[in-house]
Design a binder for this molecule. Structure first.
Ligand code: ZN
Length: 92
C-alpha cells in the first residue's frame, strides 16, 4: 500500500518518510460492515520528494486513487487540516 511512490510512473521505493508527502484518505470499504452501514478504513499513500513537488493524491469514491498535477488541484479545508495533522505526526 505505501511501500512505493503512489505515482505509478515513478513507483520509487519508500525508505524515508521524511522525504515526500503522505496522503491519508477515509476509503469506503463494503467488505467491512458496522451495524448495517458500509464500513470504511484509512488508506495511506506516499509521494516521493520529486513527485510531491508536481503531483498530489486524491481519492474519488467509485474511482479510487488519482494522482493529479498540483496546479489543477484545489485543496479543500478538510484536506488541508488532514494534511496538517499528518505533517505534525511526521515531525514529532
Ligand atoms: Zn515518485
Amino acid at each position: 500500500m505505501m511501500n512505493n511512490c503512489a505515482n505509478s510512473q515513478c513507483a520509487k521505493p519508500l525508505h524515508y518518510l521524511r522525504e515526500g508527502r503522505v496522503f491519508v484518505f477515509d476509503v469506503q470499504d463494503p467488505s467491512i460492515k458496522t451495524s448495517g452501514k458500509p464500513g470504511h478504513h484509512l488508506e495511506h499513500f506516499w509521494l516521493c520528494g520529486a513527485c510531491s513537488q508536481q503531483f498530489r493524491v486524491e481519492y474519488e469514491p467509485g474511482r479510487g486513487i488519482l494522482v493529479v498535477p498540483r496546479r489543477q488541484a484545489q485543496m479543500s479545508v478538510k484536506e488541508a487540516k488532514q494534511q496538517a495533522s499528518v505533517t505534525r505526526a511526521l515531525a514529532s
